[in-house]
Write a protein that binds this ligand. Structure first.
Ligand code: SF4
Length: 372
């Protein structure tokens, strides 16, 4: 990294040029109109896996629905998940909800105003904590995301792997050693420069406000930096999905509290090698003692960040169990479409599935099964 003691003059120019550029070049985003930590928090969590342009309507809707930490804390988890629908990575919404409840319980809804307090909340790591603390409260802490890592790697002509924890740590320390009094603006300016000018491919160096001090630009290495080692390959899993329908009700189960899509409603699903419907039938046997043979309905594919599900969907009838007096576990008679006593399974008519906030992996199957 650039030695800050020997390059104080360069650092002063960097601060000045970057802050001046940010004043006029920053995008006019709804969460830039406020210093409210709650709004900044929601926008930062949404921005973790979603492009800024894409998240704006989601952000506006979410803030309309839950305008402050108290309304978010008072909502049901299903309502929060529903408001998050379409953004994916639902653990973010669940963490927001948990953190809101903690803020209300611990400090009557007054938002923590220090980095060290913020990072104790679920879902708030050093980046988000730094962004909220510096932007809302102007605390002198850094907020280092992928954009910032790229800008600083290039500015310092660093060939360190930006995926490595020690690189992130040393860059975080370096940025904190050069933060000006306007720490929030400086952090945002670095992020904005990375998003608009110092882009991953073809950085617009000739338009860059910090070009004069950029070591990578002067060395001609901008196309080699940042260095990022290849990510682990995605794993493809063959899955069977079981659709059990009785008198208009579809059978849903809640997923385990940890792991992929944790705690969300889903159709029963099982990993399979054979792909003939018997693996999901076996799993459904935990709930239904007698089922028809699987009937092939269709296929679908869903890509998560590290796993791909190749799903084959099978339909089942509750053999010999028609009618309200049938002896089905968990009181799941055809007439009972509400949650069962365990809260882990339920029948729900297709027309009411919208209330479930079904993950996209499963909601995309609804068109396949509408005629089943
Ligand atoms: S001069 Fe080019 S490489 Fe250097 S910070 Fe600016 S856009 Fe990035």
């Amino acid at each position: 990294m650039l030695n800050t003691d020997n390059n104080r003059h360069l650092i002063n120019i960097l601060q000045l040029d970057l802050l001046n550029w940010f004043k006029t070049a920053k995008r006019n985003l709804p969460f830039r109109q406020t210093k409210d930590p709650y709004s900044i928090w929601i926008s930062e969590i949404m921005a973790q896996q979603t492009q800024i342009d894409t998240l704006i309507p989601y952000y506006n809707r979410f803030i309309d629905r839950f305008p402050d930490v108290i309304s978010l804390a008072a909502a049901s988890e299903d309502d929060v998940i529903k408001a998050w629908e379409g953004l994916g990575y639902y653990s973010r919404a669940r963490n927001l909800h948990q953190a809101a409840k903690m803020i209300v319980a611990d400090s009557n809804g007054i938002f923590p105003n220090r980095f060290d307090q913020l990072i104790k909340l679920p879902g708030i790591g050093p980046y988000t904590g730094g962004a909220i603390a510096s932007i809302a409260f102007n605390e002198k802490v850094s907020a280092v995301d992928g954009n910032v890592l790229r800008v600083i790697s290039r500015y310092c002509n660093s060939f360190d792997d930006i995926g490595a924890a020690k690189t992130k740590k040393s860059m975080t320390q370096w940025i904190e050693s050069i933060l000006p009094a306007a720490a929030g603006d400086f952090n945002e300016a670095l992020m904005e420069l990375g998003a608009l000018v110092c882009t991953p491919q073809s950085p617009k160096c000739l338009l860059c406000p910090i070009r004069c001090g950029c070591q990578s630009f002067s060395s001609g290495t901008t196309d080699q930096i940042p260095v990022k080692k290849k990510k682990q390959k995605q794993i493809t899993k063959k899955m069977e999905v079981g659709i059990v329908k009785q008198n208009g009700g579809l059978f849903f189960i809640r997923r385990p509290e940890s792991g992929l899509l944790s705690g969300m409603w889903s159709f029963p699903i099982a990993e399979t090698a054979a792909g003939n419907g018997n693996d999901i039938k076996k799993k459904l046997g935990d709930y239904f003692p007698a089922l028809s043979d699987p009937v092939f309905i269709g296929e679908s594919r869903h890509v998560f960040s590290h796993i791909i599900w190749e799903m084959t969907v099978y339909g089942f009838n509750l053999a010999g169990m028609v009618g309200e007096t049938a002896d089905i576990p968990y009181a799941q008679t055809a007439a009972d479409v509400s949650e069962d006593q365990t809260g882990r399974t339920q029948f729900k008519p297709l027309s009411a599935v919208d209330d479930l906030a079904l993950p996209i992996a499963f909601s995309k199957l609804l068109t396949l099964i509408k005629d089943f």
